[in-house]
Design a protein around this ligand. Structure first.
Ligand code: F6R
Length: 596
């Protein structure tokens, strides 16, 4: 079980716990990473044939032993782990307190286990029925697993808006938030749908029914995932491994979907909805974080190449803004995990309004991939480092293919430019290899800036979103405050921050607006700022102005973010390492944000 929790740890790591049933119920919970729990458990005689475990990313209640899961019912009979948020927990808690329930934690989860207990003991219900009735009273998101000490042969699991997958072994079951802890035991899985409850029994029986008590037929699927992809493969961290995997993952994202020599692109999802895509009045891209940055680059791609107006929305803002969505809009969701709660909710809204929904997602079988009308998987393999790297470039590759395909179908792009861009896309993996060879230089530059408190990232056009992404990478893994700005916007405010202590990272590999970027660098230098410039190989003009340069191979401008982001990922990585930070599990973050 601890091994499974380690695999899931990238989803949250502020506290962890397990409960084991073996005649009696043993629960241990620990603040901190799974390792703390593991060390604490070592030497204790912990055995059981039924158990649940959890690694937490705090929502309600600070990370400490008391708020860690599993949570116990007041009568000590039920224990439960939960991902998600019970939004009406306060109302439920007050009602339960009136009935005499006492709570020992600040969590919404403890309220749920007390609610199940109350219903079970009031009406003498079997555990699965008590769970079902309780969930009818709950508002919010949940993936839960419950054990009943008095009914020790079964586990009850349920989900709504938080993922849950059941692995079916030879004579055992595994339940988890994603398939990563299951894969080494079985490849046969069932993904639970929203508002479904599963009961797994020791005798091998699996039953699924809805919260309205309709029996469902389990749909068993085969996992297409190799265990090796979940290991570090000799790298110091998953993040470094994933940065280095990018030549491969970009090639994988293109594989079978294009051929430069024969000048074609085939994207299944687009072929199916070609008419709708070509005639779309507008594309609306919804995403969060790094995926949102990929969306901003897509705005340039779709408008520039396919001449389709694009709006790029933070999923969390979009859904609460009463947005105007029409039937001839195409909504594109970008998500590595396919589970981000805000993105998922934005898509549900778009679906209600009748828009076509296209997903670009990495995790196969994830909630977003199942909600979309069509889409393309990134095929980057599991991304475990919390800071997204290879999923970002994978998303960009697919967005480029999409823009090119639609531009071609619409006749907005000449055959020769189409061919040129495809040929260049095929060259991108090799060009990234060349950048990766520059790691020692980037590591050296990182050493020069590891003690800075602030950093400014500037870019223009296609590379403005890359500036945002570079700043985000630095912030999240090194805890240095960083901001990304369109280079020309700098003079409208951020220029006030520039002095000899302010490193300014300028992405200057654009062909268009090159002179303008050079002028922006001059403006920084005139105020004693320290410039680190990302330039095309052989660019001596900017090299002479900047304090440090990182050279990257030239490419077509629409493809330039695929290259310019690589040195920024490495810079953030080396700065964080030299500051002694845990790059794979930065503080306060979680990989898959399944709460709003
Ligand atoms: C940053 C990062 C996050 C995610 C965001 C969306 O490095 O990883 O900003 O990009 O939480 O996640 P997905 O793409 O899974 O929807």
């Amino acid at each position: 079980m601890i091994k499974g929790l380690h695999r899931l740890e990238y989803r949250g790591y502020d506290s962890a716990g397990i409960a084991l049933l073996n005649g009696s119920l043993t629960i241990i919970r620990r603040k901190g990473k799974v390792k703390e729990l593991e060390d604490f458990a070592e030497g204790q005689n912990l055995v059981g044939t039924v158990g649940i475990g959890h690694t937490r990313w705090a929502t309600h209640g600070k990370p400490d032993d008391r708020n860690a899961h599993p949570h116990l019912s007041g009568n000590g009979r039920l224990t439960l782990v939960h991902n998600g948020i019970i939004e009406n927990y306060d109302t439920l808690k007050k009602a339960l307190e009136k009935l005499g329930h006492e709570f020992t934690s600040e969590t919404d989860t403890e309220v749920l286990v007390h609610l199940i207990e109350e219903l079970q003991s009031r009406d003498n219900l079997p555990i699965e029925e008590a769970v079902r009735v309780a969930l009818q009273k709950v508002v919010g998101a949940y993936a839960i697993v419950v054990i009943d000490k008095e009914d020790p042969e079964k586990l009850v699991a349920a989900r709504k808006a938080s993922p849950l997958v059941i692995g079916i072994g030879n004579d055992d079951f595994y339940i988890a938030s994603d398939a990563t802890p299951i894969i080494e035991y079985t490849k046969k899985v069932v993904y639970l749908n929203d508002e479904e409850i599963a009961v797994v029994k020791k005798d091998g029986n699996l039953q699924i029914f809805t919260i309205n008590n309709e029996l469902q037929k389990p749909k068993v699927q085969e996992l297409d995932m190799e265990i090796e992809r979940l290991e570090k493969a000799g790298y110091d961290s998953f993040m470094l491994k994933e940065i280095y995997e990018q030549p491969q993952t970009i090639a994988d994202a293109m594989r079978g979907r294009m051929n430069a020599g024969e000048s074609w692109i085939r994207l299944g999802g687009i072929a199916e909805y070609a008419n709708k895509m070509v005639n779309a009045k507008r594309f609306i891209i919804v995403a969060c974080g790094t995926s949102w940055h990929a969306g901003l680059i897509a705005e340039y791609l779709f408008e520039d190449l396919a001449r389709i107006p694009v709006e790029v929305e933070y999923a969390s803002e979009f859904r609460y803004r009463n947005p105007i969505i029409n039937e001839n809009d195409v909504v594109i969701a970008l998500s590595q995990s396919g589970e981000t709660a805000d993105t998922l909710a934005a898509l549900e809204l778009a679906r209600e309004k009748g828009a076509l929904i296209y997903g670009i997602v990495n995790v196969v079988g994830s909630s977003i991939s199942r909600l979309t009308d069509a889409g393309s998987y990134i095929h980057a393999g599991p991304e475990i480092g919390v800071a997204s790297t290879k999923a970002f470039t994978g998303q960009l590759t697919l967005l480029t293919l999409m823009a090119l395909k639609i531009a071609h179908l619409k006749g907005n792009i000449t055959n020769s430019y189409f061919h040129e861009l495809l040929t260049e896309l095929e060259n991108i993996p090799a060009k990234i290899e060349r950048i990766l060879e520059k790691s020692p230089k980037i590591e050296y530059i990182a050493g020069e800036f590891k003690n800075t408190n602030n950093a400014l990232y500037l870019g223009r056009g296609y590379n403005f979103p890359v500036a945002l992404e570079g700043a985000l990478k630095l912030k999240e893994i090194s805890y240095i405050h960083a901001e990304g700005y369109p280079a020309a916007e700098m003079k409208h405010g951020p220029i006030a921050l520039i002095d000899e202590n302010m490193p300014v990272i300028v992405i200057a590999n654009n062909k268009s607006a090159y002179e303008k970027i050079a002028s922006n660098i001059q403006e920084v230098k005139a105020r004693k700022g320290v410039v680190i410039a990302i330039v095309e190989e052989g660019d001596d003009f900017i090299k002479n102005m900047a304090d440090y340069t990182i050279e990257i191979t030239a490419t077509e401008e629409p493809l330039s973010p695929l290259l310019s982001v690589i040195p920024l990922q490495l810079l953030a990585y080396y700065i964080a390492i030299q500051r002694g930070c845990n790059v794979d599990q930065p503080r306060n973050l979680a990989k898959s944000v399944t709460v709003e």
